[in-house]
Design a protein around this ligand. Structure first.
Ligand code: ZN
Length: 939
């Protein structure tokens, strides 16, 4: 050994020693990367030894090689096609990487997942898929066989990035993670590649990713601090913003595709990467916890989060915390599909800047720019908004000052910081690498737990009541039963149909009834979705809805079964349940029964050229029994075919029955949307599109143009404007310069669903005057939920007032009783019960003068303790006898104020008919009596 070589050797040994400690190796490093990320990282404590370097691997491209920049470069956001381009280039160059397709989005963009593991694992991916599928459904597997499988299997750890489009960092970080996992040499990386199959979405909401990135390049490049914020784009995905993480019934195609992907691959861990909290919050499953989920899950969650804290605080990174934000109550978050299917949902909130600019930020100073305001007005106004940064508080009730040292935040961050996309990347990537290190070290524990949770789920269903659920055949509208059954099926829950009568301890159900047995892998999920939500502690706040019971939401009969004999009932497995309609008898007139089906309105729209009448009152003649609101239309093969396809029930008659009836005209309808809160409008649009109701989507531009009555018969204002009428009218405050939302060659994703030269400013008072004129000239204005503050606050309905609940009131989306007080009103065609379940929508507490109540109030909230049917309502007495729906004649027209929201998140389909009925009978409401007392002469 020459003297010259000694220093080199010494350096190498030193490097190896350091490398061993840091998980690095003597690989050739990318010096340009190291220099740039150091420059982009705003302070040394925001960096970690896991990500301050990037190995070079001959022939394997970095993002710089493919896209021209490293991850975290200021002012760079990667669009969907480029994300795909990078992952495909990486997969083409490395046998450790593969790209899987997961379908196409609502707008037709591709959904892809990158997979990283060692070569052997990637080559045998299908085999590993098979092992996980077997562990996910361990029926018939002995314990030794299970142990064998666990020895062979590898867990999939799947990252979801970019579900919320303003949270821009995760899709960037994941590209670098994929590269690093593919090329970095060290025992830790070897172990991760060998023991774990890592998967990552390119972007979980590709439509929103492109739209947001274009908006960012158009308007947000100039932001330097919180005061420079510009409004976000009016849309992310096709219909909904933030609620893509609340799509419990998987209405959106993009979200359906992720569920399908999950059920093919069964990742035991799904890790959803969000940005709303400083600097990294790692979820550990706070109270309230859904007690139906396996106790193992609640042990695993803090196991992971504490390990991440241990590592990151060890690196000296401030602002990493856990145990304080978001709870384990609602099963409706996208990543919850893992917990719902015996895996584990993990979640981060890191601090994003709503783009890729480096910005001065105040920790605890509010959410990232571009975030929409809280979309859910259901909680008390005193509650801080969901996903708004820095305030914590909601869901777990803890968080406090973000810069305070707490037992769950041992190393708090400074208050004023300069923050960059690279800082955010460093935090996220260091966290997920730590999580992968833990998974790799304990991969068999993760698999054992996955198996045990699946096994326990089946066993609990054969050991504990309820043993199952019956959706009896013969319900008056089976299409809503089919809705429930098909969502259970989409979730992988087995449903069977009884061929014969089902005799159980207390009751007998007819042949054809639908049976959900609990002794199946996803029996617990069936229970969670179908049972009444018994909220455990009224003092606990929660992050989202407290109630979602599917039978109550759909107004369908779902029976919980305590008799174990249900498990032995012979059934025919149901793939998808389709309800075929019937037309009984022969004749020239079809009478289509108004049985509450939401497809009745579809029939009207599909046969728009035919004359439809609806009978005003029930009609009975011999065997013919028609409920009020039933349609009469000329018989034809085409009508018959549509009735059958839509699952409706009709009888053919020789002649039109002699009964009071009215024409069912299709109104010229507009749906009004602000530019600032399009989300709840999106849910109404989704329902209207699904049931094929025609409408124009209009914004302030059209309202202000006036002449509304000549163009429209009905204007629907979906729930919008958390602050009441004012928020709806003035919307996004003007910033002194216009923000156009329009399509161009550079920004092809903008201008979808409407265009505007300036999205700020709102309809203003001139817009309100046009709405007032519209109503007085004979139009029907329908306001839903929070939008019902508008006509009351502004005085379009002079005698109806709107009050707010007190700060003590707290009702995050429970299901409550609603009493129909005016059952003969056309709004209630198809409703046979006097008291029906509705979702509390956080709408106004309406008041109507006593002398008008009998006529104007169509339904009210009984507001008794027993009126809370599922979930939590604290302060129920505040709602006592408050109107739920008001029909107020104004001038020549009407205003229908729903304090409820009959088109909420594709959930409360039992309420939807109240909206559909008010649309289809818009010109057939009872004639108003002359106003008593209230002077309307001035209008
Ligand atoms: Zn988010």
């Amino acid at each position: 050994m020459s003297r010259l070589k000694l220093p080199t050797r010494f350096l190498m040994l030193a490097a190896l020693a350091a490398g061993a400690a840091l998980g690095q190796s003597k690989q050739l490093m990318d010096e340009e990367y190291a220099k740039l990320v150091k420059e982009w990282t705003t302070a040394p404590q925001f960096m970690s030894p896991l990500v301050d370097h990037l190995p070079k691997a001959p022939g394997i491209p970095t993002t710089k090689d493919v896209l021209g920049y490293y991850v975290g470069q200021p002012k760079k956001l990667t669009k969907v096609a480029d994300l795909g381009r990078y992952y495909r280039a990486l997969a083409a160059a490395s046998k450790r990487v593969k790209v899987l397709g997961a379908g196409a989005t609502d707008e037709g963009r591709e959904q892809i997942v990158a997979v990283v593991a060692d070569e052997e694992t990637i080559a045998g991916l299908d085999q590993y898929k098979g092992y996980l599928a077997r562990l996910a459904d361990p029926r018939g597997l002995s314990e030794p066989e299970a142990r064998n499988l666990i020895a062979l299997a590898k867990p999939i750890y799947m990252f979801i990035g970019g579900l919320h489009s303003a949270e821009t960092g995760p899709p960037e970080m994941l590209m670098e993670l994929a590269y690093r996992l593919a090329v970095e040499d060290s025992p830790v990386y070897d172990q991760i590649r060998k023991n774990v199959i890592v998967m990552m979405t390119a972007a979980a909401e590709p439509d929103g990713r492109d739209r947001y990135a274009e908006w960012y390049y158009k308007y947000k490049l100039a932001e330097e601090n919180e005061n420079d914020r510009v409004p976000g784009p009016p849309y992310w995905g096709k219909y909904i913003f933030h609620d893509n993480n609340r799509d419990i019934n998987y209405s959106q195609v993009t979200m359906q595709n992720w569920l399908k992907f999950y059920l093919q691959w069964h990742p035991p861990i799904m890790h959803d990467l969000h940005e709303s909290q400083p600097l990294l919050y790692t979820f550990s499953g706070q109270t309230p916890q859904n007690p139906t989920l396996d106790p193992i899950l609640y042990a695993e969650l803090p196991w992971f989060s504490e390990f991440e804290l241990t590592k990151m605080i060890g690196y000296g990174m401030p602002g990493v915390w856990t145990h304080a934000f978001v709870d384990m109550w609602s099963p409706g978050y996208l990543g919850f599909m893992a917990s719902n299917h015996n895996g584990m949902l993990r979640m981060y909130e890191t601090m994003g800047n709503g783009g890729a600019n480096t910005m001065r930020r105040t920790v605890g100073g509010g959410g990232p720019p571009g975030m929409p305001p809280d979309p859910d007005p259901a909680a008390s106004p005193a509650e801080p908004p969901a996903d708004a940064g820095g305030r914590g508080g909601r869901g777990g009730g803890r968080g406090g000052s973000m810069t305070a040292r707490e037992w769950y935040r041992p190393l708090p961050p400074p208050r004023n910081i300069e923050w960059s996309m690279r800082n955010n990347t460093n935090y996220m990537e260091t966290g997920v690498l730590s999580a992968l290190e833990l998974t790799a070290a304990f991969s068999k524990t993760v698999l054992e737990n996955f198996y045990k949770k699946s096994r326990n789920g089946i066993e609990s269903g054969s050991r504990e009541a309820p043993y199952g659920y019956v959706l009896p055949a013969g319900q008056k509208d089976m299409t809503r039963v089919a809705f429930i059954v098909n969502i259970l099926r989409m979730q992988g829950i087995e449903v069977g149909q009884a061929k014969a009568e089902v005799k159980l301890r207390d009751t007998t159900y007819p042949a054809g009834s639908l049976i959900v047995k609990r002794n199946q892998p996803y029996g617990r999920l069936a229970k969670i979705l179908l049972e009444k939500q018994n909220y455990p502690d009224p003092n606990l706040t929660t992050y989202d809805d407290t109630g979602w019971t599917m039978g109550l939401m759909s107004h369908a009969d779902v029976q919980e079964i305590a008799d174990k004999a249900i498990l032995d009932v012979p059934v025919q497995p149901v793939d998808m349940l389709t309800v075929t309609g019937t037309v009984k008898g022969e004749g020239s007139v079809y009478a289509v029964l108004h049985n509450g089906s939401n497809w009745l309105s579809t029939l009207r729209y599909r046969l728009k050229d035919l004359k439809f009448e609806a009978i005003d009152q029930p009609y009975k003649n011999g065997a013919i029994d028609l409920p009020a609101g039933s349609f009469l239309l000329p018989a034809s093969p085409r009508a018959k075919s549509e009735i059958e396809k839509l699952g409706l029930q009709a009888v053919a008659l020789q002649q039109t029955p002699d009964v009071k009836k009215h024409l069912v005209d299709i109104p010229r309808m507009a749906v009004f949307s602000t530019w600032g809160t399009t989300q709840d409008v999106g849910w109404v649009r989704y329902a209207f599109d699904h049931f094929e109701l025609n409408y124009d989507l209009v914004y302030k531009e059209r309202i202000r143009k006036g002449n509304l009555r000549s163009a429209y018969d009905v204007i629907v204002i979906p729930s919008q404007g958390r602050g009441g009428g004012k928020a709806l009218i003035f919307d996004i405050e003007s910033k002194g310069k216009p923000y156009a939302y329009s399509k161009s060659a550079d920004f092809p994703s903008l201008g979808a669903y409407g265009e505007s030269e300036d999205i700020t400013g709102g309809m203003g008072l001139p817009g309100v005057a046009e709405l007032d004129k519209f109503v007085n000239e004979g139009g029907v204005l329908i306001t839903l939920g929070a939008a019902s503050f508008l006509p009351a606050d502004i005085g379009i309905t002079r005698t109806v007032n709107a009050a707010r609940t007190t700060a003590a009131f707290y009702a995050p989306g429970p299901i409550v009783e609603c009493e129909i007080t005016n059952p003969n009103h056309p709004i209630f065609y198809g409703y046979t019960q006097r008291v029906v379940p509705v979702r509390w929508a956080g709408g106004p507490l309406l008041t109507v003068p006593a002398e008008e109540r009998r006529r104007a109030v169509l339904a009210q909230f009984p507001g008794q303790d027993k009126s809370v049917l599922s979930g939590l309502m604290r302060g129920v007495a505040e709602t006592r006898n408050r109107p739920a729906i008001v029909d107020q004649p104004v001038g020549q027209g009407r205003v229908i104020l729903f304090s409820t929201n009959p088109a909420y998140r594709w959930q409360n389909l039992g309420e939807f008919n109240m909206l559909a009925n008010s649309i289809l009978n818009f010109n057939d409401f009872p004639k108003p009596a002359p106003p008593a007392g209230a002077d309307q002469s001035g209008r």
